[in-house]
Write a protein that binds this ligand. Structure first.
Ligand code: 8YV
Length: 314
């Protein structure tokens, strides 16, 4: 009986995780239910399973009177009203750690692809243009200056990779990170002004909305490259497009966008912009590890053990 389910799945989750949840709990898929079924399912649900792109408002949470846990398949939880959940004693868990390497890898991939114009170079070869002469010269990466905005787990993993490229590393965050050997810069525009590559790794949500604005892009300057693997909301996309049009910055590598899955046409087809479809954590190994961590949190909850990875409001 669908309406007796204790777990409501309200977003895309990997089939292997869905199978495990289905085998051990009673699970329903929110999207497949009628309004009447939703009301009945919500009345019994103890766990809500969502992902990093999910929008879980206080109003939505209020539909679930017996809810105990919101389990997020993702490290980011900016879409979840954690304060509203916590106010009702509902815990929220995410999937930190297991995706750090992949996200840092893709950040470096975008940085290399954008600077060295790898995607444009492939188009050049495929068009047959090589026969008419060599490809344009590109921007050197090794030894460059990288500015990391958000020196959390992912920012630190990017810094480790950047060190392998002999880069000069500086960063900004709400405050200096204890034990972090890199140069702290209090203000994002100042950080941008002093680097070749600005990499956004901050949390999403209201506190970071539009952080990369016209002023920051101007500070990054005509040789500067913006990389965003955080959330689309941290970049003012209209300001970015204007900056690309005007040559205010040299280029951008973007895995996340303001209105996913919409990627503005003005960000496509440019030689100096590389776009990917929010795929930084999407490797087989990591998606399995993320799914296992979601499962472990749900299992811990049902067996009364401490949650593996609970979060606090941003
Ligand atoms: C996922 C993410 O794309 O972890 C996050 O915060 O954005 C990504 O890992 C997402 O959560 C899965 O849908």
């Amino acid at each position: 009986d669908k309406t007796k389910a204790t777990v409501v799945k309200a977003a895309f989750l990997p089939p292997a995780l869905v199978k495990r949840l289905d085998e051990t709990c009673s699970m329903v898929e929110w999207d497949t239910l009628s309004e009447a079924e939703r009301a009945a399912a919500a009345a019994n649900a103890r766990v809500l399973a969502v992902n990093g792109e999910s929008v879980v408002t206080a109003e939505f949470i209020a539909r679930f009177p017996k809810l105990e846990l919101i389990a997020d398949f993702g490290v980011g939880y900016d879409g979840i009203d954690v304060a509203a959940a916590n106010a009702r004693g509902i815990a929220v868990t995410n999937t930190p750690g297991v995706l750090t390497d992949d996200v840092a890898d893709l950040a470096m991939g975008l940085l290399l692809a954008t600077s060295r114009r790898i995607v444009e170079a492939q188009r050049f070869v495929e068009r047959g243009d090589w026969a008419n002469g060599g490809f344009t010269w590109t921007k050197k990466v090794s030894g460059g200056r990288i500015g990391i905005a958000g020196m959390g787990r992912i920012g630190q993993a990017i810094a480790r990779r950047a060190a392998g490229f002999d880069m000069a590393i500086s960063y900004t965050d709400r405050q200096p990170v204890a034990g972090c050997p890199h140069a702290f810069v209090a203000d994002l525009a100042t950080l941008a002004a002093g680097v070749d590559f600005l990499v956004m790794c901050v949390n999403g949500g209201d506190k970071t909305r539009g952080l990369v604005n016209a002023e920051v892009l101007k500070a990054l300057g005509p040789e500067g490259i913006l990389i965003n693997i955080a959330r689309g909301t941290v970049v003012d996309e209209a300001a970015l497009i204007a900056a690309l049009d005007a040559g205010t910055i040299a280029g951008a590598g973007l895995d996340v966008f303001e209105h996913e899955p919409v990627v503005p046409a003005a960000l496509q087809g440019r030689p100096n912009v590389v776009v990917t479809p929010h795929m930084a954590s999407a490797t087989h190994a990591t998606r399995k590890a993320m799914g296992d961590l979601v499962f472990d949190n749900v299992a811990a909850h049902f067996s009364g053990e401490p949650l593996k990875t609970p979060v606090l409001p941003y």
